[in-house]
Design a protein. Structure first.
Length: 93
Protein backbone atom coordinates (compact mmCIF):
# COMPACT_ATOMS: atom_id res chain seq x y z
CA UNK A 1 0.00 0.00 0.00
CA UNK A 2 1.39 3.46 -0.83
CA UNK A 3 2.68 5.23 2.24
CA UNK A 4 0.62 8.33 1.38
CA UNK A 5 -2.53 6.22 1.67
CA UNK A 6 -1.43 4.88 5.06
CA UNK A 7 -0.78 8.39 6.34
CA UNK A 8 -4.10 9.65 4.99
CA UNK A 9 -6.04 6.82 6.65
CA UNK A 10 -4.12 7.31 9.89
CA UNK A 11 -5.09 10.98 9.94
CA UNK A 12 -8.73 10.10 9.22
CA UNK A 13 -8.73 7.58 12.07
CA UNK A 14 -6.89 9.83 14.48
CA UNK A 15 -3.80 7.60 14.67
CA UNK A 16 -0.89 9.82 15.72
CA UNK A 17 1.95 7.50 14.66
CA UNK A 18 1.19 5.93 11.26
CA UNK A 19 4.42 3.94 11.40
CA UNK A 20 2.69 1.51 13.78
CA UNK A 21 1.22 -0.15 10.68
CA UNK A 22 4.69 -1.54 9.96
CA UNK A 23 4.51 -3.57 13.17
CA UNK A 24 1.22 -5.21 12.18
CA UNK A 25 2.84 -8.31 10.71
CA UNK A 26 5.44 -8.67 13.48
CA UNK A 27 2.88 -10.09 15.88
CA UNK A 28 1.84 -13.30 14.17
CA UNK A 29 -1.44 -13.77 16.03
CA UNK A 30 -2.88 -10.34 15.09
CA UNK A 31 -4.14 -11.50 11.70
CA UNK A 32 -5.72 -14.62 13.18
CA UNK A 33 -7.35 -12.74 16.03
CA UNK A 34 -8.98 -10.34 13.59
CA UNK A 35 -10.13 -13.21 11.37
CA UNK A 36 -11.79 -14.79 14.42
CA UNK A 37 -13.31 -11.52 15.63
CA UNK A 38 -14.99 -10.51 12.36
CA UNK A 39 -17.57 -13.34 12.30
CA UNK A 40 -18.54 -12.66 15.92
CA UNK A 41 -18.76 -8.91 15.51
CA UNK A 42 -20.76 -8.99 12.28
CA UNK A 43 -22.74 -12.17 13.06
CA UNK A 44 -21.41 -14.27 10.20
CA UNK A 45 -21.82 -18.04 10.27
CA UNK A 46 -19.05 -20.43 9.37
CA UNK A 47 -19.17 -22.21 6.04
CA UNK A 48 -19.24 -25.51 7.92
CA UNK A 49 -22.69 -24.71 9.36
CA UNK A 50 -24.61 -27.77 8.12
CA UNK A 51 -28.00 -26.12 7.66
CA UNK A 52 -26.72 -23.19 5.63
CA UNK A 53 -24.19 -25.31 3.78
CA UNK A 54 -26.94 -27.67 2.66
CA UNK A 55 -29.16 -24.75 1.61
CA UNK A 56 -26.31 -23.12 -0.29
CA UNK A 57 -25.42 -26.31 -2.15
CA UNK A 58 -29.08 -26.75 -3.07
CA UNK A 59 -29.19 -23.20 -4.38
CA UNK A 60 -26.06 -23.69 -6.52
CA UNK A 61 -27.19 -27.04 -7.83
CA UNK A 62 -30.63 -25.73 -8.76
CA UNK A 63 -29.23 -22.59 -10.35
CA UNK A 64 -26.70 -24.54 -12.41
CA UNK A 65 -29.37 -26.90 -13.76
CA UNK A 66 -32.15 -24.41 -14.42
CA UNK A 67 -30.34 -21.37 -15.85
CA UNK A 68 -28.29 -21.12 -19.02
CA UNK A 69 -25.49 -19.01 -17.60
CA UNK A 70 -21.75 -19.51 -17.44
CA UNK A 71 -19.53 -20.16 -14.46
CA UNK A 72 -18.75 -16.47 -13.93
CA UNK A 73 -22.44 -15.57 -13.56
CA UNK A 74 -22.96 -18.57 -11.28
CA UNK A 75 -20.02 -17.43 -9.15
CA UNK A 76 -21.49 -13.93 -8.83
CA UNK A 77 -24.87 -15.35 -7.79
CA UNK A 78 -23.12 -17.54 -5.23
CA UNK A 79 -21.20 -14.61 -3.73
CA UNK A 80 -24.40 -12.55 -3.53
CA UNK A 81 -26.17 -15.44 -1.79
CA UNK A 82 -23.31 -15.90 0.70
CA UNK A 83 -23.24 -12.22 1.56
CA UNK A 84 -27.01 -12.03 1.91
CA UNK A 85 -27.03 -14.96 4.34
CA UNK A 86 -23.85 -13.84 6.10
CA UNK A 87 -22.00 -17.03 5.41
CA UNK A 88 -18.24 -16.76 5.80
CA UNK A 89 -16.10 -18.79 3.43
CA UNK A 90 -13.02 -20.52 4.81
CA UNK A 91 -9.85 -18.56 4.14
CA UNK A 92 -6.19 -19.40 3.92
CA UNK A 93 -4.73 -19.56 7.40
Amino acid sequence: MPWEAVEYLASQLGVLDASCVKRYAERRSTVYEQADEAPRRFTYRGFTDRKWGREFRGFLYGRAWTHAEGPVALFHHAVTRLRKNRLLLPGAR
